[in-house]
Design a protein around this ligand. Sequence first.
Ligand code: SF4
Ligand code: FES
Length: 254
Amino acid sequence: MSAKATNAARSAGGERTITLEISRFRPEQDAEPVLETFEVPLRDDWAVLDGLNHVKDQLDGTLSFRWSCRMGICGSCGMTVNGRPRLTCGTFLTEFGAGPVRIEPLKGFPVIRDLVVEIDDFLAKLSHVKPWLIREGEELPLTTEYAQTPEQLEAYKQYSMCINCMLCYSACPVYVLNPDFLGPAAIALAQRYNLDSRDQGDRLDLLNTDEGVWGCTFVGECTSACPKHVDPAEAIQRYKVTAAMRSVLPWGRR
Ligand code: SF4
Ligand code: FES
């Protein structure tokens, strides 16, 4: 038995358990969040999300949190786990040894209830960068097929892997201080289209602002937090170069 297992508590039935400290908050009636403690089974194949579902199914059905796919695809289960923004479906309980595991809502967002945060501002920022193919002189919906080489696909593919989990916003010290900052995922999304050979749009007026790429102080926490290796920090720095080049060579497009 590993040291982790030896240190873990055991239930009356002899099963290893671990303590979850879960933030509880109903803004309409509570002055501030409080941590509530639950003991859940510690199984090798259980993620933090499994622990939360155990609490909801077996111990307290009023606990509120978001999740859907349980496989790192939907992006809805992001929370702060022991101080770091993580996908709870991809974070195993055994990572935390004897525990406890503290689970709080994503930092930087208003809390609706318990672990559920408000996402309207994030969604508005995504749509603000015109995340669709823009074609000069063509109306939507586009019906023509536009061929693309593997190299052209590779130019933007990394940025298309985003699952909108918001971990990068929660990790970003600029966004936490200035909610008007467009933020990592929205800028990476804009770059996903800027770098697409089929796109003919111009997002300079959206990105070349103090709330756009110039708001970033290049801390790089967004890239460290991203579970899909999108590298929003690179997207931002790359666009700073583009914007600077266009100030001296205005005809340069990208
Ligand atoms: S860039 Fe990464 S961390 Fe940010 S929303 Fe997309 S997948 Fe999540
Ligand atoms: S539940 Fe979908 S990413 Fe975690």
